[in-house]
Design a protein around this ligand. Structure first.
Ligand SMILES: [Zn+2]
Ligand SMILES: [Zn+2]
Length: 178
């Protein structure tokens, strides 16, 4: 893998969160937040209140813009995020995750920490010049973000649902051809 595990994990979490706003909104209730946190556990402060839910919902479009920005614009957005949040970087090791950086104190609000974690992960993406790993789903009716961490850069769809739907459509098109 060309990115470290924590970078890959931060990108996957950011993409999943941003994509909850696509097609059908799937971040409406505290249970939805719970589902997100089950897939991407965060240490530190989690309020589970309406303000946090609203801030997470608001964060999505910002994450999307950041994740899909061209490289130089991504730099500006990353720098904006880093200048806005009080940083207190330190190495930490918890659960089964080996030493990695937490850039923001654990008692800062969750949406703030997700924003900075995303920015930190995008620093790796920018430095490796791998912005092309992020794009929009190839399905005609889907605007969700695709994160392609595959070795051969083969991922075009945001989900197996979109991949399967297009595989079936392609199969039908081939069969219908004379
Ligand atoms: Zn951590
Ligand atoms: Zn899709």
């Amino acid at each position: 893998m060309f990115f470290t595990d924590d970078t890959g994990e931060a990108l996957r979490a950011a993409v999943l969160l941003a994509n909850t706003a696509e097609t059908t909104d799937t971040l409406i209730t505290q249970d939805d937040v719970g589902t997100f946190l089950e897939q991407h556990p965060y240490t530190g402060r989690i309020d589970r209140d309406d303000a946090e839910l609203a801030a997470l919902r608001d964060l999505r479009s910002r994450l999307r813009t950041m994740l899909l920005a061209p490289r130089d614009e991504m730099v500006d957005r990353v720098n904006d995020a880093l200048s806005e949040v009080p940083l207190s970087p330190r190495l930490t090791r918890h659960d089964d995750v080996d030493w990695h950086l937490h850039a923001v104190a654990d008692d800062r609000p969750l949406p703030e920490r997700i924003l900075v974690e995303t920015a930190m992960a995008l620093i790796d993406v920018i430095r490796a010049d791998e912005v092309a790993r992020l794009g929009v789903c190839a399905d005609d009716d889907c605007e969700a973000i695709v994160l392609d961490l595959s070795r051969n850069r083969s991922r075009r769809y945001c989900s197996t649902t979109c991949a399967n739907r297009n595989a079936v459509a392609a199969y039908r098109a081939r069969r219908a051809a004379p």
